[in-house]
Design a binder for this molecule. Structure first.
Ligand code: AMP
Ligand code: ZN
Length: 111
């Protein structure tokens, strides 16, 4: 099994979790794009948000994102990103949500 985030979830790649429960883990991105850059993902393999059908799990993932942002002290604001499939440049094919903050992030959408 070659999925990096499955290996992180099952402990075969040692990793320090900033959150861990039965269904969801969170850990720091190895190439941080901001002072806080945390990845939140399901323990169970799901390729991307496109394939996510479990609505309870969707809520749990979102809830962990908000919790790790609060715990990281991101009261000035933060951003959630889910790169999904080719056009979004998804590199790791295991669903993960990026929690970014700790600096002004600029606007991504204008108009
Ligand atoms: P993307 O699939 O484009 O949403 O991005 C994948 C993210 O995973 C990138 O920001 C990588 O830096 C990050 N990443 C890849 N491998 C690891 C790893 N072993 N531990 C932590 N972060 C990783
Ligand atoms: Zn996986």
């Amino acid at each position: 099994m070659a999925c990096t985030f499955c290996q992180i979830a099952n402990g075969s790649i040692p990793s320090k979790f900033v959150h861990s429960d039965e269904r969801v883990i969170a850990f720091r991105d190895i190439r941080p794009q901001a002072p806080t850059h945390i990845l939140v993902c399901p323990r169970q393999h799901v390729d991307s948000l496109w394939e996510l059908e479990d609505e309870l799990l969707a809520g749990q993932l979102l809830s962990v994102c908000a919790r790790v942002a609060r715990e990281a002290g991101l009261e000035q604001g933060w951003r959630l990103i889910a790169n999904t499939r080719e056009h979004a440049g998804q590199e790791v094919q295991h669903l993960h949500l990026h929690v970014l903050g700790g600096r002004p992030l600029g606007r991504m959408l204008s108009g």
